[in-house]
Design a protein around this ligand. Sequence first.
Ligand code: NAG
Length: 520
Amino acid sequence: MAVLHLLAIVAFHLLIISEAKDSDFIYKEFTNPKRDTFVYGTFPKDFAWGVATASYQIEGAWDADGKGPSIWDTFTHNGRSHKKQNADVACDSYNKYEEDIAMMKKLGVSHYRFSLSWPRILPKGFANEVNREGIEYYKKLLDALHKANIEPMVTLYHWDLPQVLQDMGGWENEMMANYFAAYADLCFQAFGEQVKLWITFNEPTIFSLFGYELGTDAPGLPHNGYGAYRVGHTVIKAHAKAWHLYDQKYRKSQGGKISIVLHGNWFEPKNPDSEFDRAVAEKASYVELGWFANPIFGDGDYPAIMKDMIANNSRIQQLSTSRLPEFTEDDKRMIEGTFDFFGLNHYTTNLVAHKPTVSEHFASFFMEFNGEMSQDKESWPEPAGSPWLYPVPWGLRKLLNHIKQTYGDVPIYITENGFSEGEGPLNTKDTARINYYKAYINEALKAYLIDSVNLKGYFAWSLMDNFEWRSGYSERFGLYHVDFEDPERPRTPRESANVYAKIIKNNGFPVQAGTDHTEL
Ligand SMILES: *[C@@H]1O[C@H](CO)[C@@H](O)[C@H](O)[C@H]1NC(C)=O
């Protein structure tokens, strides 16, 4: 192993020294030999290769067999998503999960990351009224996965809160930490024999900010400047409670691992020579990821820079206390260290420039930073079908190194990474997505081989096109195309599915005589 590492590193440096050819780069926009040269090599032997999905985005069957409504059912039925679309049927994976698994077998993945629908299991939210048919559905899915030799990674909460719990305040209600722990307890008990990798929450920053700060996602509450911080505070405690519950009650008999999945962009200073831009970019990284990472992977508390920033801004707004809630010493001790690995969802990079934005009169998370975010529209590659998604592969390697430097040598799973295209006729030749996967997986390889980041696995988002939240079916992230006009919801592989299958089979990009990554 060590020898292989060394060879890969030597090979990489030789590549840099010898003159770089066009074929050494994936994107013509990124050709800095030291940073962007394609490297050859493979991931560790037991590397997890997977695809990821989420219950509301694929299952459909929104009111079948005793399922209760979630906040996303309410939100979409109120016409709040793109073209008033909803996921009442979505990919119909409630009925077509065997087809999904057959697709995974073709890809050759070792792992499948999916989420449980809380209101399918507990239609009334609380754990004293269990919907047996909901439990049966996930047991069948888990059995079928094991039969196919695919290891599940199961997310307890991927945004579809039971509506009845939102009616009691949702994540802004502190009691939710207890309700979530009871739901988690039930799931460990029901599925723990079949599940060895658990995720408590998916991307808490995103559902806090879009659901309870901007209100553009369910439950649609524009509680700017306050709501997301209250939500985050409860979610962190809910996560910690579930982690301890698993640790104390189930770990010994079930032998699994449990952690959280955080969303992380990379933030690059717009003008690298500007001290101000550099400081704001650093603040953005420490706050976007650190809001949740610092309590859990650090010292049990929010990052100092975040506490200072919000306390200062609250003072400017004539408030007597900070808008960011405080943890007690007991909270901090309960929260610190509640992880078994780091789950990272990463898609893109932003430029950050200094700009005074704090207002005396208007509180907003997005204005706390005295900074402005942008993308380099002139010199970065074409964005995806999602306007925020520019391919900037080197940002992933920088972020992985940032995590290692900030939170220690923690095992990391890249639990989501992927590329969308917009609406339009089926185009199986998805070259832009192929380039994205090759380039990003190659940066992950550099982080592993050259920077010794403790990388354990990679999950592509997503197995197939699905319901992309407020964007409905207008952003397509699938390795497989899904026809949402056809009641059968037929799935068709795109070329990227073949490319991803080949990367998995090779466990990366092995050095072979005459190999050219462009031929992959
Ligand atoms: C908060 O204000 C203090 C005092 O004005 C200042 O020294 C500090 O840099 C500020 N912190 C942040 C993160 O803005």
